[in-house]
Design a protein around this ligand. Structure first.
Ligand code: FES
Length: 330
C-alpha cells in the first residue's frame, strides 16, 4: 500500500454547472508539499451508492504548486454508466463532499510535467481537460516562460474561465466550437518557433484531433504531450503472453494483465484498476518484450528502466513477427 495523506475539505465551489471545485487542506492547517505543475492527486473513493468496492480516482491539481496552502481540484460530475456516462466512478462521491469532510489521497504525482528545455509552450485543452493546463500556465506565468493557451468549452460550462483570464490575459484564447478550434489550430500549429512543445488534455476524440493535426503539420511526437483521463481512453491493446511462477498465460486483446493473472488464481494487490494508484506494480524480468506503459503512476526514469509495470493498464509491445512476452514476478 502506498503512503496516504489525510486532507480536509476547506472550500467547495459549485459555480459552474456540473463541475465542483474543492480546496483540500492539511488537517492542522500546515502548508502542503510542493508539486510539479501538471501533477494529479489520487483520492481514495470509498465503496457505496453503486460502488461495490473501494477505488481511487486521479484529479489534476489546479492551484499554486509551490508550498501550497491547499490542493485544489475540479471534478466534472459524470453521468452514470446506465445513462451513457463514461467509467468515471467517484465523481458523484466528490460532488457529495462538504466542508469539513476528511479524505485520504496519495501525494501529488506528475506524468504530465512541462518540458523545461522547451522554448515555448502551446497548451490546448477542452472541457474539464483544462485542469492540468491551468497548472502549467500558472507556472509559466510565474517563471516568465513563453506560453499560450487555447481552451475549448461549451458556453456556460467552462471551468476556471475568470482565473485563466486574470492569469494569462491575451495569452489565453477561448473558443466555443470544434470548427473554430480546427481553424485556429491549423494556423497556430503551423506557426510556432522551433523548440515549441504542445500539451493537450480533454476528451479522447478531441486529443486525437489535436494530435492528428499536429502530426499532419510535421510535429514530431517527442514534442507532443497528452494527459489522458485514464483507462476509458485506452484501446484494447495487442495480445501477448506472460510467464509467471512457471506458468505461461495468454493475455488477449481487451484483457488486462491484471485480469489474466487474477483469472489464473494469482493475487495482485490493486485499487484503482486505471493506472493511477500504483498498487498493482509487478516486476518484469530481463529478456522480456518492451513494455507499453499506459499508467499515470510511474515516472519517466522508472519507465525507462523497463523492469516493472502497472498490470492493470500496461502491456507488452509486439515485435515485428507479432510475438510479445513478459516474464513477471509478483
Ligand atoms: S490498480 Fe491502481 S495502478 Fe493498477
Amino acid at each position: 500500500m502506498n503512503a496516504r495523506i489525510e486532507l480536509v475539505v476547506a472550500t467547495v465551489d459549485d459555480a459552474v454547472p456540473g463541475i465542483r471545485s474543492l480546496a483540500l487542506a492539511h488537517p492542522d492547517g500546515d502548508r502542503l508539499p510542493s508539486f510539479t505543475p501538471g501533477s494529479h492527486l489520487v483520492l481514495d473513493v470509498p465503496a457505496g451508492e453503486g460502488r461495490p468496492r473501494r477505488a481511487a480516482n486521479a484529479y489534476s491539481l489546479t492551484g499554486e504548486s509551490s508550498d501550497p496552502r491547499h490542493y485544489t481540484i475540479s471534478v466534472l460530475r459524470c453521468a452514470p454508466a446506465a445513462e451513457g456516462g463514461s467509467a468515471c466512478g467517484g465523481s458523484a462521491w466528490v460532488h457529495g463532499l462538504t466542508v469539513g469532510d476528511r479524505v485520504t489521497a496519495t501525494p501529488p504525482r506528475s506524468a504530465f510535467a512541462p518540458i523545461h528545455l522547451a522554448t515555448r509552450h502551446l497548451l490546448v485543452g477542452a472541457g474539464i481537460g483544462i485542469t492540468p493546463l491551468l497548472s502549467h500556465l500558472r507556472s509559466h506565468v510565474r517563471w516568465g516562460r513563453d506560453a499560450e493557451l487555447v481552451y475549448l468549452f461549451r458556453d456556460g460550462h467552462g471551468a476556471h474561465v475568470d482565473e485563466l483570464k486574470e492569469l494569462g490575459g491575451d495569452r489565453v484564447t477561448f473558443l466555443a466550437d470544434r470548427a473554430g478550434l480546427a481553424e485556429d489550430l491549423a494556423v497556430r500549429l503551423a506557426d510556432q518557433p522551433l523548440g515549441t512543445h504542445l500539451y493537450t488534455c480533454g476528451p479522447a476524440g478531441f486529443m486525437d484531433a489535436v494530435v492528428d493535426l499536429a502530426t499532419e503539420l510535421g510535429w514530431p511526437s517527442s514534442r507532443v504531450h497528452l494527459e489522458p483521463f485514464g483507462v476509458a481512453a485506452l484501446d484494447p491493446g495487442d495480445p501477448f503472453t506472460v510467464g509467471v511462477a512457471g506458468q505461461v498465460l495468454e493475455v488477449p486483446s481487451g484483457t488486462s494483465l491484471l485480469e489474466a493473472l487474477e483469472d489464473a488464481g494469482h493475487v495482485v494487490p490493486n485499487l484503482c484498476r486505471q493506472g493511477v494508484c500504483g498498487e498493482c506494480r509487478v516486476d518484469v524480468a530481463p529478456g522480456s518484450s518492451p513494455v507499453l506503459h499506459r499508467d499515470l503512476f510511474l515516472d519517466e526514469e522508472t519507465r525507462g528502466a523497463g523492469d516493472c509495470l502497472m498490470a492493470c493498464v500496461s502491456r507488452a509491445v509486439p515485435a515485428a513477427d507479432g510475438r510479445a512476452h513478459l516474464e513477471v514476478t509478483l
